[in-house]
Design a protein around this ligand. Structure first.
Ligand code: AMP
Ligand code: MG
Length: 383
């Protein structure tokens, strides 16, 4: 039985080992098995003291290194030499850094620095309390989450199964990548770029044959595609005489949520549902296909993957040169982002794959603003 959460049917779950779980989506909360840190931990090499005793000269009564405990406690006028990661002895409430101390020949230690209670100590439980859910299900696991799973002793973890995403490229001009195209033909790049994007977003691509530009053949393949968890089509959604995708979807009982968006590239994007599955009809120009998947398909897929949310990786950067664009549509233009500076790259329009290969981001040009100057801040979508 699949679980339903906030109206969403969540994917089935499976157990994967810790070394294979990166990029998967957690299907369980991961709570702290004890307080973190489990003891008052020194975060510096130095001397554990009573904060009221410093500045001053103190008798050193022993030492404690990481992985050991000091038996006894620090009384007035005393200090214990302590290393990073070691438990702070009872009685002490501060650690003075070794760099701020002088050892005398009689073994005592002196510092001219004062210390606040708690300084250089990570108090027991300050990072997480025993039982506290630090990782929520629906989180995509990255390296920091792996550290937490390891810390809490998980050698395996429950994750959601990867949704199957059917991919159908369309077009009479499209040939297989192994073929030598005639002059009027092109190889099928969209199915492969989409498969790569699907994998990155956490799905399992299922590549179906290319649909010829006729309604019956397209509808037949759509029927097969709707057996997957999500269906992606590329091409055939414009207003051309041989664009049959929407008609074929209708034949399969599709309900359309929208069939046009005010962006470029990607204006003819179609989104809907049929037979209980969502589909996207992505415009066929390769850059349009890529951009619309990143903006819409990816978010949908991430939610189908069981993720809690699907934020766009947008940030702001400073333009290195002025540029203009025609208002009316929000444009996603290939660009090179370097630290906080961004430079739009030359491109010849939405068929220009080489320009996208040179880019590592897209500048997002506002539909109501035609001109940007060097030094202006502009939103940037990471590639
Ligand atoms: P369409 O959206 O079907 O009108 O296609 C728009 C442009 O994208 C045309 O120039 C197509 O040849 C091209 N195109 C469509 N599908 C693909 C594909 N699978 N791979 C590469 N280019 C494609
Ligand atoms: Mg076409």
């Amino acid at each position: 039985m699949r679980e339903v959460c906030a109206g969403r049917v969540l994917p089935a779950t499976e157990l994967v080992s810790l070394d294979a779980c990166t990029t998967r989506v957690l299907a369980q909360d991961i709570a702290a098995d004890r307080d973190y840190p489990p003891f008052n931990r020194s975060v510096r090499d130095g001397f554990a003291v009573r904060s009221g005793d410093v500045p001053g000269r103190l008798r050193v009564i022993g030492e404690v290194q990481a992985g050991h405990q000091f038996e006894g406690s620090v009384n007035a006028g005393e200090a214990v030499e302590i290393m990073t990661g070691a438990p702070v002895p009872g009685g002490a409430d501060a650690v003075v850094m070794v760099e701020h101390c002088v050892r005398h020949e009689d073994g005592s230690v002196e510092t001219d620095r004062g210390a606040e209670p708690g300084s250089n100590i990570a108090a027991a439980g300050c990072e997480a309390r025993a039982g506290e859910a630090v990782l929520k299900r629906g989180t995509r696991i990255d390296f920091s989450h792996v550290a937490w799973l390891a810390t809490t002793g998980h050698s395996a973890v429950s994750v959601y199964a990867r949704p199957r995403v059917a991919i159908i490229a369309t077009g009479d001009e499209i040939v297989d990548i192994a073929d030598t195209p005639a002059v009027h033909q092109i190889r099928n790049s969209n199915a492969y770029s989409l498969a790569a994007q699907v994998r990155r977003a956490g799905g399992e691509p299922v590549m179906l044959p290319v649909a010829k530009d006729n309604r019956a053949a397209t509808a037949e393949l759509i029927g097969r595609g709707l057996e997957a968890d999500l269906l992606l089509l590329s091409g055939g959604v414009s207003a051309g005489k041989y664009d049959f995708v929407e008609a074929a979807l209708e034949e399969c009982g599709a309900h359309f949520f929208f069939d046009r968006i005010l962006i470029q590239p990607g204006q003819p994007l179609v989104f809907g549902a049929a037979r209980g599955k969502f589909f996207f009809g992505l415009p066929g120009n390769p850059v349009s296909t890529m951009v619309t998947f990143e903006l819409f398909g990816r978010a949908a897929l991430e939610l189908i993957c069981g993720m809690n949310d699907a934020p766009l990786p947008l940030s702001l950067a400073t333009l290195t040169r002025p540029f203009r664009h025609k208002t009316g549509l929000t444009r996603f233009l290939p660009a090179e982002l370097s630290c906080t500076e961004v430079t739009p790259v030359e491109w010849q329009g939405s068929g220009d794959i080489p320009s996208i290969c040179r880019a590592n981001a897209f500048v997002v040009a506002d539909a109501t603003r035609g001109e940007y100057a060097a030094g202006d801040l502009i939103p940037v979508l990471l590639k």
